[in-house]
Write a protein that binds this ligand. Sequence first.
Ligand code: ATP
Ligand code: MG
Length: 278
Amino acid sequence: MGNSRWIKFRVEPGSRVRLDDMRPDDTGNEKKQAAVQHTGKLQKRMDEMQFHLYAEHKRSVLICLQAPDAGGKDGVIRHVIGSMNPQGCRVVSFKQPSAEELDHDFLWRIEHQTPTRGEIVIFNRSQYEDVLVVRVHNLVPKHVWSKRYREINDFERRLSDNGTHILKFFLHISKEEQLRRFKRRLNDRTRQWKVSEADYQERQYWADYQQAYEDALSKCSTDYAPWFVIPSDHKWFRNLVITEIIVHTLERLGIQTPAPQVSLAEMRRKYHQLKNGK
Ligand code: ATP
Ligand code: MG
């Protein structure tokens, strides 16, 4: 596939992200119908590649999803990740930490969920909550959360050095789009279960969150664990871009399916014996 067209959404390591300069409604001049069809083809390819990764049983992939409320994490998991074989694929959601989790350092619960060889794991929220919600609401003092960017980078480097390929997607939606989604949830009976009082409260902190996201994206986008800012006002475009980046990453791994563990010539001979009723 060559270079992914969407590499432009990658945050260059060391660069300073300004979300206001990045359009959440970007559609890259794509047409919706063609994009949806192309995404379908890419999903089939992604499914094949995942099967190979699973068979190879050497490397693994970790995908971190972060977004404002109603940003579309659930949609990405359902539409993009849902097209892969559940065997070898796992979704982990990080909610408010339990008492036991709070009694350990913030990476303890994350460590427990990292992918095993051959596995693709999707973090629905991640280690980054500890420099997002925790920072915005002063859940720990600044001198504690401000060290965490480096701690996260060190942690991600260790995973990467040990064969885990990390992709981090920030779903970038506009404040107006969030309100439209709140309205849709209120009016659509099948979505009303998603209406959450917390989401309305957190909206008051929109600017603080944007600043916290900008810092996390700027300080923690590295060659070994890049952040991507995905324009997400249009779900079909978001799905296209994320699928293509995942396929591109898997293709670059040069995955080798393992050699057979038996003599195929011998097994063919046995097969013919069985077939001939011997
Ligand atoms: P989502 O909103 O992701 O779709 P949900 O609605 O099922 O998930 P919530 O309980 O609304 O579940 O979301 C989890 C909440 O836990 C979020 O408000 C999130 O910020 C919070 N959270 C996650 N990690 C931490 C953390 N380390 N410290 C404090 N709060 C956290
Ligand atoms: Mg929620």
